[in-house]
Write a protein that binds this ligand. Structure first.
Ligand code: NAD
Length: 472
């Protein structure tokens, strides 16, 4: 049992002003595995003012020293990596087969990169009679979701520390435990008091208070588009910078000349990873009509081969959904898909009989999906894949871009040149060609209603930077 009765504010574990504790459930067992404080506006006030007081000294700390703290944190995370991965498996339900590499090691790689990028803060550019200086934006607030919790936290924290910002973090109520372990590691490396503050609690209370607070200079939010709009509205009167990383409904465009078996296999696995709870999941598979029947067979075979099971079992590909609420949402969408006339190929909204408890959902495939259906336009955030036929590649590109979102995309084609040509035509912040890997050194972020910022890489640092022009 991970019982946390205190918040981490101003370099110390302090009792929360907010009353009561929130329970954290293991979605595989439905057992309570932890408790964290239900923080409130007074906790936000203390945390923001601690970050405000710490800001001048941290901003003035030499970048090499700041980079040293980043590397020290990366080392601590490596040492405690198995513990961190086990915690995320317990609170999120991602199987052990994936959790350490995807939820912990990848983010550490991204964190380390900011140890190197911190030096960019010292660069001075000359433009005519101006000197351009980079300065930290100030006190930052982070509001995060639950699906890749450490990745999302470090994607904000690492560039903020590199730039010289101080921060207040609000983790998701579903998965707050990793953030308490991270705070412990931050304390162990001796990061100056007030640079990192942690306030758990409800979005409508703690999140809104952070968004509104006039002493917060920058808000970085990752979550659903609806909540993103609300925090942007709450932030508007104080004219703070708002960086939004929101939802997606990303296409995988499989070209006429693609290796169909490889492309379909990759596409199915991509959606089923983390039980479909991935903002970049390629949930609309666009297939040439001439090869559609063959592709459906391949997709069903692949989906059926993926083991749904206990996240602690090394053979499990999919674990449970993160929460009962998320499971309900997914089943509602499966119901909607059937009502809309899509053809259910496998899966469905019935509870799998083999599990006595846990929020398990079978991999679900829909064929004959029209891109205008709700199941193709709205983010489901579960293991549900829409297979959509197209007549020619011009139509495929049109369907791919016919979405309110633009977070990610994928193309699969016979030659690199054709794949690149298709990739250029897609309106999304990322495009994965022929199953290429995620790159922590490249910027990540959305077009359209998927957001307005970038995380990771140099562009991720820029979110935390003010540029000053000195004319001389
Ligand atoms: P969510 O929007 O419900 O919650 C995200 C965070 O916002 C939580 O910490 C929550 O407590 C807080 N929150 C909710 N309402 C708030 C309000 N009114 N004011 C302030 N804070 C509020 O999202 P979720 O269910 O936790 O996560 C899933 C969503 O996140 C999906 O839409 C997914 O696509 C998106 N996501 C996006 C990215 C990205 O980088 N673009 C990455 C991961 C997840």
């Amino acid at each position: 049992m991970h019982k946390h009765a205190h918040l981490f504010i101003d370099g110390a574990w302090q009792p929360a002003s907010g009353q009561g504790l929130a329970e954290v459930l293991n979605p595989a067992t439905e057992q309570v595995i932890g408790q964290v404080p239900l923080g409130d506006e007074r906790d936000v006030e203390r945390a923001v003012m601690a970050a405000r007081r710490a800001f001048p000294a941290w901003a003035g700390t030499p970048t090499k020293v700041r980079a040293g703290y980043i590397q020290a944190l990366a080392e601590q995370l490596e040492v405690r990596g198995d513990e961190m991965a086990a915690l995320i498996t317990a609170e999120l339900g991602m199987p052990v087969q994936w959790c350490r590499a995807i939820q912990v090691d990848g983010p550490i790689d991204g964190l380390r990169h900011y140890g190197e990028l911190a030096a960019l803060m010292d660069e001075v550019r000359e433009v005519g009679n101006s000197l351009l200086l980079r300065e930290p934006v100030g006190v930052c607030a982070f509001i995060n979701p639950w699906n890749y919790p450490l990745h999302q936290l470090l994607g904000k924290l690492a560039p903020a520390l590199a730039a010289g910002c101080t921060v207040v973090v609000k983790p998701s109520q579903e998965t707050p435990l990793h953030a308490f372990l991270l705070a412990e590691l931050i304390q162990s490396i001796g990061l100056p008091a007030g640079v990192f503050n942690l306030v758990s609690g409800p979005g409508a209370k703690v999140g809104e208070a952070l968004a509104r607070h006039p002493q917060v200079d920058m808000l970085s939010f990752t979550g659903s588009t609806g909540a993103g709009v609300r925090v942007a509205q709450a932030a508007a009167p104080s004219v703070k910078r708002v960086c939004l990383e929101l939802g997606g409904k990303s296409p995988l465009l499989i070209g006429e000349d693609a290796d169909l078996a490889a492309a379909v296999r990759h596409g199915v696995r991509d959606v089923m990873l983390n039980s479909g709870q991935t903002c970049t999941a390629l949930t609309r598979m666009l297939l040439p009509a001439s090869r559609y029947a063959e592709a459906l067979e391949l997709a069903v075979a692949e989906a059926s081969s993926l083991r749904l099971g206990d996240p602690l079992d090394a053979r499990s590909f999919l674990g449970p959904m993160c929460s009962a609420g998320q499971l309900r949402t997914v089943r509602e969408y499966i119901h909607i898909g059937r009502q809309e006339g899509a053809r259910l190929l496998c899966g469905g909204s019935d509870a799998p009989a083999e599990f006595e408890r846990g929020y398990y959902q079978r991999p679900t495939l829909f064929a004959d999906v029209d891109n205008r259906m709700r199941i193709a336009q709205e983010e489901i955030f579960g293991p549900v894949l829409c297979l959509i036929p197209y007549a020619d590649e011009a139509q495929a590109v049109q369907i791919a871009n016919d979405s309110p979102f633009g977070l990610s995309s994928g193309v699969w084609a016979g030659t690199a040149q054709r794949a690149l040509n298709l990739a250029r035509q897609l309106r999304a912040g990322q495009c994965f060609v022929n199953g290429a890997a995620f790159n922590y050194r490249a910027p990540f972020g959305g077009y359209k209603q998927s957001g307005n910022g970038r995380e990771w890489g140099e562009e991720g640092l820029a979110e935390f930077v003010e540029v000053k022009a000195i004319q001389c």
